[in-house]
Write a new protein. Structure first.
Length: 507
């Protein structure tokens, strides 16, 4: 069969494959938030101290964030389907271990293992889409579905976590991953047929693996440590210094080795670079908000875990609508920057509404429209961002390019939680110091200070989203896919459709 004919006849089972890839992505994204809701119950049952409870989140974040580039390179080397299935099976086993945990060591170990297998699974899932969907319009639909899940899955996790914790047991927030993983792995094994000739069989760049893993672990841990110990803490500062040294050494190494873990061509193409940077900033803003609203609704408004989860529904509806209805329909008609830039700005307007939070804020008048706009904007921007992550990429680099998106999201999430939490804590302390002398109700003052801190941090999130929009508009200049003329919007001057196609080698 000729190469052209093979490209014209894509895999007939690709849409079935998308269902299983999306299911696996949903499981990974759910896990990022579902455990947050269950954490207080798990902490009590297992006797985890307040000082150590952060490790339930941190162990996962360190393993996942630190090993993503390695996972992306492994998927290019082993084959995406094999890496995907191994990642799913490992994630299920680690989840079973977490659900059965009898002490904090078992819990922390299971979370680290989940992170390791998540780092295999996430880049393999995205790069499978990149090599299976080569037609511009189909690619837009596939990434619309994937983008909606990537964006909205975290909020779905809050609802599911609330139900499982309130009506069953915290252990089910781990056990629920097992059926997801089994169905996705079985489906992937029988349905996915990865195009041949798309692997990168170059030897593994061991120095790159060591430097990138240690550098990313140091960076993520530095931000996590800053949240609990402060920015001037000696360990926090040393982690940031170590991260800078290791990541600079990593870039120098990648520029000189024969088969780099992260070929610098993946980063230096302006459209991909713009996606990684703007998406990372947007995630910083969004992750901080998840945390603040969860506390606001439960502590200030007195919502139950289930009611809190349902309160996030407008954001989920907005994300799904923005991704599948706005992003997918417009992506083949307008350049991606005209979806990403305005999308981030609409999200910023939603965030701006949420700066009005106080003790008596109306859910219907302020929080609901704010979350709906945030979801609409993020969903619209996420869809082209996910697709552009593998923009113009060579098939042999698809895994590592996909890993870079996950890395920007993971590091963005760690930075967002730490940075915005620190800003909120500082504003809360300042509020109490200013008003403590004349306060008649210390408990009321404490709540007012907490909400004032949240509002101050959300103002920063608005600014970060505006910066993400500016970066997307300035750097992303590819034309719309599916046209023969990119004009000034096309970085290369070649047909934009060709830039969005992944070549498929004949079987």
């Amino acid at each position: 069969m000729s190469k052209t004919a093979d490209t014209a006849l894509p895999d007939p089972s690709r849409w079935k494959a998308l269902a299983f890839i999306a299911l696996a992505q949903l499981m990974v994204v759910l896990d990022a938030t579902i455990v947050n809701i269950a954490l207080p119950s798990a902490q009590t049952d297992l006797g985890i101290s307040d000082g150590n409870k952060q490790w339930v989140i941190t162990a996962y974040a360190l393993a996942f964030g630190g090993l993503l580039l390695f996972g992306g390179r492994i998927s290019d080397l082993w084959g995406r389907k094999r890496t995907f299935v191994v990642g799913l099976i490992g994630f299920a086993l680690a989840s079973a271990l977490g659900g059965a945990a009898q002490n904090e060591a078992m819990m922390f170990g299971s979370r680290a293992l989940q992170g390791v297998f998540g780092a295999l699974l996430a880049p393999a899932a995205l790069s499978l889409l990149a090599v299976m969907f080569t037609d511009a319009k189909e690619r837009a639909k596939a990434f619309g579905i994937y983008g909606a899940i990537a964006g909205g899955g975290g909020a779905v996790g809050l609802i599911l976590g609330g139900f499982l914790t309130e009506y069953l047991n915290w252990r089910w927030t781990f056990f629920v991953n097992i059926p997801f993983a089994i169905v996705a792995a079985a489906g992937a094994y029988f349905v996915i047929r990865e195009p041949s000739g798309t692997r990168n069989r170059a030897p593994l760049d061991i120095p790159g693996v060591v430097l990138s893993t240690l550098g990313l672990v140091a960076l993520v841990y530095g931000f996590t440590r800053a949240e609990s110990a402060g920015w001037s803490d000696a360990v926090t500062v040393s982690m940031f210094v170590a991260a800078a040294v290791l990541l600079i050494a990593f870039v120098v190494t990648e520029a000189h080795v024969k088969s780099p873990l992260l070929p610098l061509r993946v980063l230096t193409e302006r459209n991909r670079g713009g996606v990684y940077l703007s998406l990372g900033l947007a995630i910083i803003a969004m992750f901080g908000l998840f945390l603040f609203l969860t506390y606001y609704l439960q502590v200030v408004k007195g919502y139950s875990p289930v009611k809190t989860g349902f309160a996030f529904m407008p954001m989920i509806v907005g994300m799904i609508t923005g991704s599948t209805q706005i992003g997918t329909r417009l992506m083949t008609r307008v350049p991606p920057r005209l979806l990403m830039g305005p999308g981030f700005l609409v999200a910023a307007v939603g965030m701006l509404l949420l700066t009005q939070l106080d003790l008596n804020t109306s859910y219907a008048a302020v929080i609901l429209p704010g979350m709906l706009l945030l979801g609409l904007g993020m969903g619209t921007a996420f869809m082209p961002a996910m697709s552009l992550a593998t923009h113009g990429i060579e098939p042999r680099d698809a895994g590592v390019a996909s890993a870079m998106v996950n890395t920007s999201q993971q590091v963005g999430g760690a930075i967002g939680t730490a940075l915005l939490n620190t800003i909120a804590a500082s504003a809360t302390t300042a509020y109490v110091a200013d008003r403590a002398a004349g306060a008649t109700d210390p408990q009321l003052l404490e709540l007012q200070a907490m909400v004032s801190g949240f509002a101050a941090a959300i103002w920063w999130a608005v600014g970060i989203l505006v910066a993400a929009a500016a970066i997307a508009i300035a750097l992303i200049n590819t034309g719309r896919p599916g046209t023969g003329s990119g004009g000034t919007d096309d970085a290369s001057g070649a047909g934009a459709e060709e830039e969005f196609r992944i070549p498929v080698v004949a079987h």
